[in-house]
Design a protein around this ligand. Structure first.
Ligand code: FE2
Length: 386
């Protein structure tokens, strides 16, 4: 598949670097925005991040309203509440400030506010009819890369599943990636989100539909994570480490539009949807077991991942070199304090058959897996990750 044609898309603008968020007022003004709704969550409010974003926008003569009701792994219902806030405020643009949840909600509000209906009308791929209200994304975690993706994820609490919405119209107008907004993320959040970024990179790089151009982005995201995640977790105020992880997350996100993830993310959906396990944590406990299953599909690429994570592979056989990638991922997840196995996440072992069925339904991602996978394989992977 290496000569497959890709249509590589990005936000119109990626503004990146320490202090980049100070450019937001200027960016809003140049786009002719009169009033913006900031979409965020209580964690951001309590961390005291809001005034430093809000005040300069107002000082530039752009009106601001705030919706601070985004929750982790947001439910479908949150979108309608946020659209009401957007309309009541008379806003013309949305600013997503927070982790992937706040940015995903901002992206979806921009669509529902412009096209009407319910957000559930747009679930699936390619169902949004046109551009939404201008959306600007300021991530405060280094993980989902949502600021540069055409994807938003919601929790369907009735079906106990995560639902994905994918559309070219979900790219924000501008992604503003400022590592200084990430220093207040607590160690556990830094670890989970950083491992999510690593998972995006590994799943894109080893993807059945991988292409060399995206491979380059993915492998660099792996390398940046290997260099910077431990330090970002153990010393959150280290701006160099935060910058490295911001690079990793954005590079990882850039792999999702044209290649996307595979079985790790599909298997993680039921952990999030049924047992409320945070997305990055769910991915991390599953990643080594899925890598082990996928290893025979591409020994050379797994060996390259091992090298990118700093493993010495000289003198090893191809298979031994590839196996080092799994060890490196496990070592990293131990070092950043992640529980080793699903048994530690309050998931009963007898839930595995049902979870395996749920994961198989995520065909959008399962089809990307480098090795063909059956429901029996999925049950075994869950058992190995337990
Ligand atoms: Fe993810």
């Amino acid at each position: 598949m290496s000569d497959r044609i890709i249509d590589f898309r990005m936000p119109q603008s990626l503004v990146m670097g320490i202090g980049a968020s100070r450019q937001l007022p200027d960016i809003l003004q140049k786009k002719g925005i009169k009033k913006a709704l900031i979409v965020t969550d209580q964690g951001i409010v309590q961390a005291g991040l809001l005034p430093a974003i809000r005040a300069p926008i107002e000082a530039a003569g752009v009106g601001v309203a705030v919706f601070d009701g985004v929750e982790p792994d947001p439910r479908i219902e949150i979108v309608a509440a946020c659209v009401s806030a957007f309309k009541e405020a008379g806003a013309g643009a949305v600013v997503g400030l927070g982790g992937g949840s706040s940015i995903d909600i901002a992206k979806l509000v921009s669509i529902v506010a412009a096209h009407g209906g319910q957000v559930t009308d747009y679930i699936g791929t390619g169902r949004i009819p046109g551009p939404g209200a201008p959306c600007f994304a300021l991530p405060t975690t280094a993980g989902t890369g949502s600021e540069v993706t055409p994807i938003a994820i919601l929790s369907d609490t009735n079906a106990h599943l995560k639902k994905g919405i994918v559309s070219e119209y979900l790219y924000p107008v501008a992604a503003i990636v400022d590592p200084s907004l990430m220093v207040s993320a607590p160690p556990s959040v830094t670890a989970y989100t950083g491992m999510d970024a690593l998972t995006h990179a590994i799943e894109a790089y080893t993807n059945r539909f991988a292409v060399p151009f995206v491979d380059a982005l993915a492998l660099e995201a792996v390398r940046q994570t290997g260099w910077h995640l431990r330090r970002a977790v153990t010393c959150g105020i280290d701006l160099d480490a935060r910058s490295g992880m911001a690079r990793a997350a954005t590079l990882g996100g850039m792999c999702l539009g044209s290649v996307n993830t595979a079985a790790v993310h599909a298997l993680a959906y039921p952990l999030g949807g049924t047992f409320n396990v945070p997305h990055g944590l769910a991915n991390t406990v599953l990643l080594p077991a899925v890598m082990e299953f996928n290893l025979p599909a591409n020994l050379d690429k797994y060996a390259a991942i091992a090298e990118a994570l700093g493993e010495e592979t000289r003198g090893l056989s191809r298979r031994e070199a590839a196996l080092r990638a799994i060890r490196a991922v496990k070592d990293l997840s131990v070092d950043v304090g992640i529980p080793q196995g699903m048994r530690h996440l309050g998931i009963p072992q007898d839930a595995i058959p049902k979870m395996a069925e749920g994961a198989m339904e995520v065909t959008r991602l399962m089809n990307n897996n480098p090795r063909a996978i059956t429901v029996r394989d999925v049950r075994l992977i869950y058992e190995n990750a337990y």
